[in-house]
Design a protein around this ligand. Structure first.
Ligand code: ZN
Length: 270
């Protein structure tokens, strides 16, 4: 089996996880900027984090032969302070030319608040000005459907944004259709205790097909499973999906979306 992990917070994981992922067939890992488990106090704290994502983590992954890419932003959980967000967003352009940066993400909403919406609009503007792909986080604890609709409206309001260059992540049964119908890509996040289980993700594929859908583990510092994508591929096999259809979801789809960014190159393509 070969697969892409399109959403893994590897700075929180051990090198054993890298070894397991490569052993299971992982061909590349993509790391969106995220919350650290605590609120960072200053823009320079984010600058250090962006250096970790663009300089240090790719080297750690390379020891296991795994290409590592990243997305940059101030995440929705730390977007309540609009002034801090403005300062952080101002530092991002200097990192966009680095060779493993895929775009702006994971931006979005956490509590669906006014300030989060303002910061989301600032990120969408940043992506448009620099012609970047966008990766969007949708809320888990608050109303996911409402948050998803708010996000879709922000994206539609900016005429510079092409829907096919935006992936909306953490979709579930009640949000996947709205995302796909707007022309965006949709990501299913496989978590042991919240978000999608492997069985639910395969149900969503059964209902919606494989077009513009991918799966990720979103493994981070909390309860999560770095091998969730290959394990869900096994669930697909158990339920009668063909090897080529599984490959389409876990490998070809992420490659298709991510290849819209010229920085996304796998060694085999070189
Ligand atoms: Zn994430």
């Amino acid at each position: 089996m070969r697969y892409i992990e399109p959403h893994g917070h590897m700075v929180s994981r051990t090198t054993d996880d890298y070894l397991d992922m490569v052993t299971a067939g992982c061909a590349a890992v993509c790391e969106p900027a995220f919350w650290a488990g605590f609120d960072r106090g200053t823009a320079s704290g984010f600058r250090d984090y962006f250096a970790q994502l663009t300089e240090h983590e790719p080297k750690r992954a390379a020891r296991y032969g795994l290409p590592h890419f990243c997305w940059l932003c101030i995440n929705p959980k730390e977007s309540e302070d609009v002034g801090l967000a403005r300062d952080v967003i101002a530092t991002i352009p200097e990192f966009l030319s680095r060779p493993t940066v895929l775009g702006i993400g994971e931006i979005g909403l956490n509590k669906n608040s006014k300030n989060e919406l303002r910061v989301l609009e600032m990120h969408v503007d940043l992506a448009a000005r620099h012609d970047q792909l966008i990766l969007v986080h949708t809320p888990h604890l608050e109303d996911k459907l409402k948050g998803t609709r708010l996000i879709l409206d922000v994206l539609r309001a900016d005429s510079r944004i092409k829907p096919g260059r935006v992936l909306i992540d953490h979709v579930e049964e009640h949000t996947v259709r709205a995302v796909l119908d707007r022309g965006h890509w949709a990501g299913m996040t496989l978590y042991p205790i919240s978000k999608c289980t492997p069985a639910r993700a395969v149900d969503i594929l059964d209902v919606n097909g494989t077009e513009r859908l991918w799966m990720n583990s979103a493994c981070d510092w909390g309860e999560s499973v770095p091998l969730a994508v290959p394990r869900t591929a096994l669930e697909m096999r158990r339920r009668g999906w063909s090897a080529s259809a599984i490959d389409r979801v876990v490998y070809q789809n992420p490659v298709r979306f991510l290849s819209q960014c010229p920085n996304f190159r796998l060694p085999a393509d070189a």
